[in-house]
Structure formats: C-alpha cells, structure tokens
Design a binder for this molecule. Structure first.
Ligand code: ADP
Ligand code: MG
Length: 567
C-alpha cells in the first residue's frame, strides 16, 4: 500500500499493553464494550459536526454500528459510520496515551495481577483492550467529509510497533478487525457476541446491528436454493438510557451506562436520575464513581458531564455544570435550554448555565445525603473523595451548611484516624452548657491526638474534632458554624469553655493566676521577644507549658502552605 510507515508505540502504551494483556485475562470480554463505546462516541461526534455541515454524512445519515464475525478465520469486526479519523489522528489516538496522570498510573503498576487489573480498570482500558483477545488488529478508517483517497489503514500485533498506510475507502467512519488469539476464538460466535452486545450496549442510542444470513426467497415466498441474502438485525435496545422512564431501567442498565459515560471499569457507588420540566427543562443522570480517577488532583484532569441538547451529543467534559469540589461526579445532562450550536465559550456567558449548575449541584449534594444513610457505602465514598468535598465550603458559600453536614472527621470520641464522625454526631454528644464545636488542626493524626491542648478537654470529657488533612485549615477558615454552633480552634486565643465550667472553677483559676504573677514575669523576661505574651492557663493538666496562637493568627498549616507558595 502507498505511503506506508512503521512507528513505535509511545513507551507508556507499550507498558500498558504488556501489563493489560496479562492482568485482564479473566475479564477479556470487555474489549467489545470498549470498541462499541468508541464507535458510539464516533457516531455522536459526527452527528454533532453535521449540525453545521450536512455534507459530512456523505448521503448516509443513518448512524449505526455493525458487528460481524467469521468463525473460519477467527475474526471479529466492529464497524461504525461515525466521524472516522485522519492519518494524524490515527497515529495520535492509536499510538499514544495523552491523558494526564498517566505517569503516576504506570508507576503504581506492580506486576501483581489482581492489583494491576484494578488499577488498569480504574485508568480506563479503551482501544488497547483489543489486544487482550487479538494477536493482530487492523483498523480501516476515513474521516467524514475527506476525499475517498484519504483513508488510513492501521495495523499492529501489539508488540511495540504499528504501521499506517494510505487507503482508498468508500465509507467514512471506522472498521476494526480483530484477529482472535488461539485461546479467544470463542468470541467469533454469533450467540456470544449477541449476548455481549445486549449486556454492554442496550443503553447506546445508536443501533448495533448484526447480520442474519438467510436463504433468498422468490416472489411466492419459497426459498431459492443456493442463494443467500444478508439482512441486518438491530441487537440492542437503541434508545438513550436517560430518556427512558426510571421505572423501566434496571440497576444493571444504569451500571452499564455509567461505564460507558465515565470510561470506568468498575461499578458506580450510586446515581440520581431526574427529569425536570417547567421553567428550567433538563434531564440529568449523575453518578458517584466507586473509585477515584487518576487525574482527580490534576489541574487539567477531565471533569464535568456529557452534554446533550435535545438528545444530540454536544460535548464531553462540560465542566460548567458542576462546581470544582464536585468534580468526581460523572454523568449526562440533556437540556433544551441551550442551542445546538453552543460552544464552550458560549457556555461561559449563558445565564441558563448557572441556573442548571446550581440545580445539578443540589441534586449531587442530595444524592450524597442519601448515600450517607448507608454508612459503609458512604465511608467508601468519603475515603475516596472526602478531601475533594472539603474544598466545598470555600467554593460554594450558599451550600456550605449542606456540605458541612456531609463532612466526616476524626474526633476524640473515637480517637481513630478514620474520618467517620459527622458534625451532627458531634453536636448530639455535646456536654450540657457546651455552645461551641472544638477542633484542633495538626500535621498528622498522631500530632493532633496527642496535642497538649487537648488535656483539659479530655479531663472534662469534651469532644474535640481532630483535623489532620492538608486542606483542613483552609476548610476551617471557611466554615464558621454548624447548626448555629461556632467552631473554636483550641490552640488559639483565650480558652473559653463557656457554661461548661462552674463559677467556682473559674474563681479558682483566677486565684491561681494571681498567685503565679511573679513566675509569669520571670518566664516572659527570659523568653524576651520570642513570645508576645505569657499567661497562666488551665488548658493543661499534665504538661507544664504550651504555645498558643493569637485568635486571628494564621495557623501553622496555612503558614507552611503560604511559605511553600513563596509568600
Ligand atoms: P477514550 O475512548 O477513552 O478516548 P480509547 O483508547 O478508547 O480512549 O480511544 C482513543 C481515541 O481513539 C478516542 O478518543 C478517539 O479519538 C479515537 N477512536 C477510537 N475508536 C474510534 C472510532 N471507532 N472512531 C473514531 N475515533 C476513534
Ligand atoms: Mg474509549
């Protein structure tokens, strides 16, 4: 073929391929889900591009996916008439991994099969999963709207390199031919493929078709010997899942759809499906993933929902519809409030976007509130996404009470590093006369737990929230009260235990302070400018002295963050 070149896979791809083939063996069938998912995405993209330019359909606007197999040659073919790829796109998409977080991901792979399978699933397997079942893969594609001579043929044995060559291709879109490995030939089977298509792609709106070969019939309906006709039968349900009534959708269908939307491998923790009519019309289907994606803390990590306008796919990762602290939420938004030619730039200016954003934010927070009723599931969520949710009160002032109710902490009640106590739990255990929620911030759990500032609280049996995450001081600087109870840092300012202390106790403290005036003077003299003030305290029961910050001073954690930022 003309203009053929052989290229090496990017190192990351080689590593991924090698490890994937070995660790995903017991989950091989997912290759079909991935290829159908890509084909469906390609159809969505063409439909979107054709909104502006009908000619891109090249006279064939019936988008579809076709799956064929051949037992004799042990091949499976997945074909779509979607957007297709140019030569450059083929080289980039099927030769590299361009996602952020890739390096970290690869570093964590250990060669230990089960652990790697989990990590790879979490990262997303995509097109390369073809090589779990195939020892040779051929891709033929042509970008919709480009000349017939600009087709491309990609070929690889998955062993480090691939070739690309020019191809004359009548059809636009992409065809992927898998040559099955000896031990994967079972997939070249009509029944097997059909049941996999049902399992994985019922929720995809594009019809997935398989050929039926039958004897041809004459006008009177009698079979004509020796002649055959092929008819195409749609195997999947082929309606967009979110359009269907909730009552008709099974949990398995919701889960399968999640995997398609989130490019995830594992089940979601929960979801919330809503159709809203009236002033603001939209349908949303939001999911809480079961695992953190690799790019959760990457600045350019992918986030946001898949946006549809009146069922037409518009874009992936529309991040304008959810706040940053809910960036782990995945899902679909379909609305008639926006125009079909909306772009990322236009989204930023449209006031309707803000309205939908605040509606979806409420939905997401409500979904988490519901999830919190299941303690085990919520703990799982919290351990994975808790520190992201802690960004909430700073970013979303209006919802900070709701968010605060969703937070979980370590406290002296359990004295455990596991963050599993809610503020409502704390409030329910408050002592008679206690008006404030006490907390301490430290660099680690042990430092927090064994701080001398806690001595008096422990003695009196008053619970203190133990904050030890990097983000906690930032969080507390935006969280002033919960259910009307003010937050008080026990390491700052005067210690006021309010009505918890009796009058006698207070009197006794004042007397002690008077008696020790001389000692205080001497200590102050010897410490000089190193301290602002020396005071007698009743904070301590065992330790002789401790350092206290003035009430409005920046805490240690914040100082360190500011210093690290060069301020
Ligand atoms: P992902 O789908 O998560 O982006 P994949 O590895 O599955 O990752 O696919 C990589 C890229 O290859 C896709 O983003 C897409 O650009 C391209 N691609 C894969 N399959 C097709 C297809 N059938 N038609 C057009 N482009 C495709
Ligand atoms: Mg994919």
């Amino acid at each position: 073929t003309a203009h053929e070149e052989t290229l090496g896979f990017q190192t990351e791809v080689k590593q991924l391929l090698h490890l994937m083939i070995h660790s995903l063996y017991s989950n091989r069938e997912i290759f079909l889900r991935e290829l159908i998912s890509n084909a469906a995405d390609a159809c969505d993209k063409l439909r979107y591009a054709a909104l502006d330019n009908d000619a891109l359909y090249e006279g064939d606007s019936e988008l579809r996916i076709e799956i064929e197999h051949d037992e004799k040659s042990a091949t499976v073919t997945v074909r779509d008439n979607g957007i297709g790829m140019s030569r450059d796109e083929v080289i980039k998409n099927l030769g590299t991994i361009a996602r952020s977080g890739t390096a970290e991901f690869l570093q964590q792979l250990s060669g230990e099969q089960q652990k790697d399978a989990r990590l790879i699933g979490q990262f997303g397997v995509g097109f390369y999963s073809s090589f779990i079942v195939a020892d040779e893969v051929t891709v033929r594609t042509r970008k919709a709207g480009s000349p017939k001579g600009e087709g491309v043929e990609w070929h690889s044995k998955g062993e480090g390199e691939f070739s690309v060559a020019d191809l004359e291709r009548e059809l636009h879109g992409t065809e992927i031919v898998l040559h099955l490995k000896q031990d994967a030939k079972e997939f070249a089977d009509d029944f097997r493929l059909q049941s996999l298509v049902r399992k994985y792609s019922d929720h995809i709106e594009v019809p997935v078709r398989m050929p039926r070969v039958e004897a041809a019939k004459d006008d009177e309906g009698n079979e004509i010997e020796g002649s055959e006709v092929t008819t195409w039968e749609t195997v999947n349900e082929a309606t967009a899942l979110w359009v269907r009534p909730k009552s008709e959708i099974s949990d398995d269908e919701y889960k399968a759809f999640y995997k398609h939307v989130a490019h995830d491998f594992s089940d979601p923790l929960t979801w919330s499906h809503n159709k809203v009519e009236g002033k603001l019309e939209y349908t949303s289907l939001l999911y809480v993933p079961g695992r953190a994606p690799f790019d959760l803390y990457e600045r350019d990590g992918s986030r946001g929902v898949k946006l549809y306008v009146q069922r037409v796919f518009i874009m992936d990762d529309a991040e304008q519809f959810l706040p940053l602290y809910l960036r782990f939420i995945k899902g679909v938004l379909d609305t008639r409030e926006l125009s079909l030619n909306v772009s990322r730039e236009l989204l930023q200016q449209d006031p309707k976007v803000d309205k939908i954003k605040s509606a979806l934010t409420k939905r997401a927070l409500d979904m988490l509130k519901k999830l919190a009723k299941d303690q085990e599931a919520y703990q799982n969520f919290w351990n994975t996404f808790g520190s992201v949710l802690k960004e909430g009160p700073a970013e979303d002032f209006a919802n900070r009470e709701k968010i605060a109710a969703l937070l979980r902490f370590s406290t002296t009640h359990t004295d455990s590093a596991t963050q599993d106590q809610s503020l409502a739990d704390y409030v329910s255990r408050m002592k008679e006369g206690q008006e404030k929620i006490y907390y301490i911030v430290a660099d680690g759990f042990n430092a927090a737990k064994s701080s001398p500032h806690l001595e008096i609280f422990r003695k009196k049996g008053i619970e203190v929230v133990l904050l030890h995450d990097r983000i906690d001081e930032w969080l507390m600087s935006h969280l002033h009260e919960f259910e009307g109870k003010r937050f008080v840092d026990v390491a700052k300012g005067e210690l006021d235990l309010g009505d918890i202390e009796g009058e006698e106790e207070k009197k006794a403290q004042e007397e002690t302070a008077k008696a020790k005036e001389d000692l205080v003077k001497r200590v102050k003299a010897s410490l000089g400018d190193a301290v602002q003030e020396v005071k007698v305290t009743h904070r301590l029961t065992d330790s002789p002295a401790c350092v206290v910050l003035p009430e409005h001073e920046m805490g240690y954690q914040m100082r360190r963050i500011m210093e690290a930022a060069g301020q």
